[in-house]
Design a protein. Sequence first.
Length: 394
Amino acid sequence: MKPRLPILAVSCLTVSLTSWAQTGAPPSVPPAGIVNVFRTTNTSSNRYTDAPNAATQSWLQTHFWGMLTYSPYFDTRLSWYPNGFAYIDSYAIYTSSPIVTQHPEWILKDAQGNYLYIPWGCSNGTCPQYAADFSNQAFCQWWIGQAQSLVAIGYAGLFVDDVNMDFRVGDGTGASVVPFDVNTGAPMIEENWRYYLAQFMSQVRAAFPNTAIIQNSIWYAGPPGIADQDPNIQTQIAAATYLNIEFGVNDPSLTGGNGQWSLNSLLGYIDRLHAVGKGAILGGVPSGLAGEEYAVANYYLISTGQDAIGSLVTTPANWWNGFGVNLGVPLGPRSNWDGLLRRDYSGGMVLVNPPQSSVITVSLPGTYQSIDTGLQVTSVTLGPAQGALLLSVQ
């Protein structure tokens, strides 16, 4: 059982029932001191979405800022939850689709003419999705037509998966294969892959100028030493409303320090998204209390009000009260403080100890209430990859 907090410490964000599809963004940007929770629906959430009563509908509306949903299952549920984002893959052609025989020219191939796949879910020499050639304009227009059908149903926006700005294409075993580039008559180079995909995403944005678009992309993709400073990746980012970081700050591959794979590097990437008006969704939030508090503390380090944390597991049965905390107004950007990352708000503060760090104990600049224990504290001890969410005590 997670600790319950005093009622004054918790403020659930009420999501407007106006669909984002009308504006391409939430009706008003929530304050930075509130957590926006983005739920990915799956079989574990069906018990709450199959036939919910009015109370469950209201709970989902008020607790989830948005949800990743799937058509046609969710089509009829938009009447009571309009902030669903429709899933669509950027370059998947399912092996069972009639498109395979109708338009084989839309599928990427190797130099010998063998069909190539998106390297996911592969077994017994095959994968469920062929990799489409997004430099093919006929494919791009067909894809946009599919997306237009989803938006017309009433979805708030699009969740575009696999916006991979590095090669993600392979054979039936999942092994990476360089595709043949029909535009150059030679093996495709990664710069051209990025160019073709960035131009495709620009076409998508032009087709949906007022629709919110979440791109699920690889935050560290790009030429070595350049990454998102690459012009093609900047074009790709410009076409999004939000960038989904699939494993978020809970990614076990993140390191300490300031290297390419560090938490600080990821947070710097989010800063650059903010600088060009984009929001970030920190996915991968686990169900355990320590992982949830670490995710939320990092969220508050970067929050502008247009960001969110993404969960595959949060439901009415396991909602953590820390998701409903209102820290108020940020008093400045994050900073380094006694080996920790810190950000102060009018209603409290957050502290984060990055991965691979030593255990650090700090004396706080006052008395705070710990979200973890509900107790008042004047000091905090954090191990590596741990965070603290602290409320000011008046």
